[in-house]
Design a protein around this ligand. Structure first.
Ligand code: SAM
Length: 261
């Protein structure tokens, strides 16, 4: 039996799944099909990696913690073909990794860098078929929130603009060792086709959304000062007296797509 001798590293968000029922539910949600190219972020001690490998035969996993690589490779050796990438997932060019054939990203993400990893994945969305991630439940709630909700914000708009977001199920702290302080949840993200996204300039869209939610208590007119004026807000069919949390994704897309003066 393989021995992982290092204690879990808090700084790397290491909470290892141990509940077989949860692992099975994740694999059922992923539903791997022959030929799928699966890439896992943060395999850790292989809680998800090894059962996925047993089921699918081959996968690629990106792990930052070098101490885990040798025992993980040893544990996988008689299970299937595991390609380990020793790197910070934020530095991995997922488009290059995909080699023209969209990948399926999975992972029980390190919670301390989950938002940067999500935004990194969005940058490579055209190379990704879908994503199944375990995250803090509170983050999944924000990702899936609708306008008017208290937790609707920049993360909701950015994720929903580029992906269909489906929360799947909640996972209690006791499913992990050591248990995190918060509830977790598994979410499915399916990148939208370019035509469906309809964003003319991604940097402009990101800047508008960032400014609008930068000061969420302010009206659009005030929050977007210097980014879009009242006439532009009206031209996008929005009321300048609204606050960002009242504007749906399509509204932000219309606003960002207007030609700038
Ligand atoms: N998948 C395993 C499981 O479910 O038990 C481990 C999950 S643990 C929450 C997160 C994993 O991500 C750890 O193995 C950690 O070392 C790794 N990790 C942390 N930061 C990372 C990064 N920037 N890039 C890649 N992996 C990272």
């Amino acid at each position: 039996m393989t021995h992982f001798s290092e204690p879990p590293k808090k700084s790397l968000g290491q909470h290892f799944l141990h509940e077989r029922g949860v692992i099975d539910k994740i694999i059922l949600a992923i539903d791997p099909r022959p030929g799928d190219r699966i890439v896992e972020i943060g395999p850790g001690q292989g809680a998800l990696t090894l059962p996925l490998l047993a089921r699918h035969g081959a996968l690629t996993a990106i792990e930052f913690d070098r101490d885990l690589l040798v025992p993980l490779a040893a544990a996988a050796s008689d299970v299937g073909r595991l390609t380990l990438v020793s790197a910070d997932a934020l530095n991995v060019d997922l488009t290059a990794l995909a080699q023209g054939e969209p990948i399926r990203l999975v992972g029980n993400l390190p919670y301390n860098v989950s938002s940067p990893i999500l935004f990194h994945a969005l940058d490579h969305a055209a190379a990704i078929r879908d994503m199944h991630f375990m995250l803090q439940k509170e983050v999944v709630d924000r990702m899936a929130a609708a306008p008017g909700s208290k937790v609707y914000g920049r993360l909701s708009v950015m994720l929903q603009a580029y992906c269909r977001v489906t929360p799947l199920f909640k996972v209690p702290p006791g499913a992990f060792r050591p248990p995190p302080k918060v509830d977790s949840a598994v979410v499915r993200l399916v990148p939208r086709a370019e035509a469906e996204i309809g964003i003319a300039d991604r940097a402009r869209f990101a800047a508008v959304v960032r400014a609008a939610f930068g000061q969420r208590r302010k009206t659009l007119r005030n929050a977007l000062n210097g980014v879009a004026d009242a006439a532009a807000i009206e031209a996008a069919g929005l009321e300048p007296g609204l606050r960002a949390e009242q504007v749906d994704v399509a509204g932000f897309v219309r606003l960002a797509n207007l030609p700038t003066a």
